[in-house]
Design a protein around this ligand. Structure first.
Ligand code: FAD
Length: 385
């Protein structure tokens, strides 16, 4: 009997727990440890920040769902991991033993790296966490009463640029709806070498698409922008091709906490995004690999890490599919229009439905992606199933 512990219950940790419950043997224990007792759909944070969503609309309580699925749940933060003792030390000082550990703790935001950055004690707003978005919403309601210039963007070291574009466009849409856009000069600041780089050296015509939208919406931009005082990103978990730590081989990691080196040098360091679809591919590979080890086999499943992204602008949006992530690619598709906004709404409803129901990958999902030619696992891994 093995205990498989998943640390973090976000976009990666929840499907990981559900998938692991399916893949593990009946007598194995799957346990989730998370500092939040509910799931928050982070991609909806920009809507929370402008008051288009109430936080309760994007939250799902996790205890009942995990219970229904036979998964142990400890709603408590982890203080540290002791991989040489196969245990996690929780915030209350208790230990949580494991045979396998999957780390899915997401990003640790380092606002202190840039003096003044971040909501508290800094002077900027953030949509990275739902709490930040709620705070930003209060500021937004004050701002629209007394509008002025806005500077938005992604700080040096950021790896996921879509949200910065999204929130900029959503604010712009909200200002137009309020008929006060003319009072708000807007500037987008980014470490990317050009608009639409997205940490991926562009996808299809994202450069043209996003520059066009910025021009149409009168948003100025500044690229290659560093901010004084930032240290190098650190603390990301090192994994091999199987999402497994090379030293502690019973420790795996999925999601934003994984170290993925930028694939291409840029004048100002520009990270690689780790978004939902990629994370799901990490989840599938990790669950299969832990099961392989439980069956005394070597891990063989590798995630594809293909990027599928929908950036919402409030009334339209830009979407892209990048397979593989870094060019030259087999699929290099990007598109702009209202259909992307509708697709993002559908994504929100669909993902929240999956979490409420406790399903990691409904049977029809893999057929849909297969039909679209988007794989979550590399072929070599699939042949070993
Ligand atoms: C504004 C915004 C919009 C986005 N839009 C999209 C989108 O449209 N599509 C997309 O694919 N991606 C999008 N992303 C990115 C996506 O949200 C992340 O890639 C995803 O949430 C990362 O999943 P994760 O499981 O790695 O981390 P998270 O979802 O952040 O989950 C981490 C979990 O670990 C918990 N945790 C952290 N530390 C501890 C600890 N010490 N002990 C216990 N628990 C802990 C946290 O509370 C949290 O529950 C967006 C991101 C932002 C900020």
């Amino acid at each position: 009997m093995a205990t498989i512990c998943i640390l973090g219950a976000g976009l990666g940790g929840i499907p990981m727990a559900l998938e692991m419950r399916e893949k593990a043997r009946k007598h194995d224990t799957v346990r989730v440890v998370c500092d939040l007792d509910r799931y928050q759909f982070i991609p909806s944070n920009p809507w929370v920040a402008v008051g288009w969503r109430e936080p309760a609309e994007i939250e799902v309580p996790l205890g009942p769902m995990f219970k229904k699925r036979g998964i142990d749940f400890t709603p408590m933060g982890a203080e540290r991991v002791e991989p040489d003792k196969n245990r996690i030390i929780l915030k209350d000082g208790n230990g949580c033993e494991y045979d396998f550990l999957v780390i899915a703790t997401g990003p640790s935001l380092d606002f202190s790296a840039v003096p003044g950055l971040g909501p508290r004690p800094g002077f900027t707003q953030s949509v990275c966490k739902t709490d930040h978005a709620m705070e930003a919403c209060k500021t937004w309601h004050q701002f629209v009463k007394q509008p002025g210039p806005i500077v938005a963007g992604a700080a040096l070291g950021a790896s996921c640029f879509g949200p910065a574009y999204e929130f900029t466009m959503i604010m712009e849409t909200d200002l137009r709806r309020r008929k006060i856009r003319d009072q708000v000069p807007m500037t987008f600041v980014t470490s990317e070498p050009y608009i639409g780089h997205l940490g991926l050296n562009g996808v299809g015509d994202t450069k043209g698409l996003l520059e066009t939208v910025f021009r149409e919406r009168s948003i100025k931009w500044i690229c290659n922008a560093g901010i004084d005082g930032l240290v190098n990103p650190k603390g990301f978990v090192i994994v091999n091709a199987y999402q497994q730590n090379p030293i502690f081989r019973n420790v795996f990691a999925i999601g934003v906490c994984v170290a993925i080196a930028p694939k291409q040098a840029t004048p100002v360091p520009t990270g690689v995004p780790k978004t939902g679809f990629m994370i799901e591919s990490m989840v599938m590979a990790t669950a299969r690999n832990i099961r392989s080890i439980l069956d005394d086999r070597e891990p063989e499943a590798e995630p594809t890490l293909n990027a599928v992204c929908l950036a919402d602008f409030g009334d339209s949006g830009v979407g892209f599919v990048a397979m593989p992530q870094i060019p030259p690619r087999n699929v290099n598709w990007s598109s702009r229009g209202r259909h992307i906004h509708l697709a993002k709404l559908a994504f929100e409803k669909y993902f929240l439905h999956k979490v409420r129901d406790g399903i990691s990958e409904p049977y029809y999902e893999r057929y849909i992606f297969k039909a679209l030619g988007i794989d979550k696992l590399k072929k070599q891994a699939r042949t070993t199933e």
